[in-house]
Design a protein around this ligand. Sequence first.
Ligand SMILES: Cc1cc2nc3c(=O)[nH]c(=O)nc-3n(C[C@H](O)[C@H](O)[C@H](O)COP(=O)(O)O)c2cc1C
Length: 246
Amino acid sequence: MILYFSGTGNSYWLAQLLAEATDDGVLNIAGCLKQKTLPDELTCAERVGVVFPIHAWYAPRVVADFLSRLHLPHCRYRYAVCTCGDDVGKGMNRLAKHFPLDAAWSVQMPNTYIPMFSLDADEVARQKINEARLTIKSIADGVLHESKVWKVQEGSAAWLKTYVVNPLFVRLIIHTRGFHVDTGCISCGICRDVCPMGNIRMSEGGPVWEERCIHCMACVHACPRKVIQYGRSTSRKGRYRLADYL
Ligand SMILES: Cc1cc2nc3c(=O)[nH]c(=O)nc-3n(C[C@H](O)[C@H](O)[C@H](O)COP(=O)(O)O)c2cc1C
């Protein structure tokens, strides 16, 4: 069984490729949280993987919380694959304290956090995706052999980023006050539908963000009119759609 969480689709895509290669099923963590129950296939699974995006050098808090509560009495092999724009810090080590891991991998994919960074250039995004297709095959091989592997791109100042910057990011940066909508919103509701946290409701004139936001940027990237902005910088930046590269 492969659990996944995804804002803009990178992690979902890799979870699907991995599931095909390992003949496993996929299960959306966001769906489990909505339904508040876990299917038997998960609680009885002998091999459980999780695929998620790195947010500020750690797992999104919703993923870490979910995994730390998960009881898997029959599981003999657990692994995690995170997608990241660049590097992961000590994110996997921190996660493994709450959700013990036999193996961990990181896979670079196009960066999606446009409030602070720019989108990758087209050719960089394409290259990351092509390499990820190959990497996932070797990850699948490791999973099928239940290998004890730790192949994670930690990057520089890894401890500091995960244990100091991440808590500050969660406390000070993740809030919904920065979201706003330019003129041109057609109230199509796509932002509401793509939000993995179910955090957007439509009101007269457009989306309203509630309090469960994790800054995954799904709404910003999926808006067909590109009118959802965060802060002052996103209006000058492009939008990312994985489908454009597949
Ligand atoms: C809030 C946020 C924080 C991020 N932080 C990092 C980071 O610390 N390191 C990194 O390499 N990429 C970072 N990224 C990039 C994502 O990890 C990467 O684009 C990922 O593949 C997105 O996956 P998704 O499409 O499944 O949501 C961040 C993205 C977001 C939205």
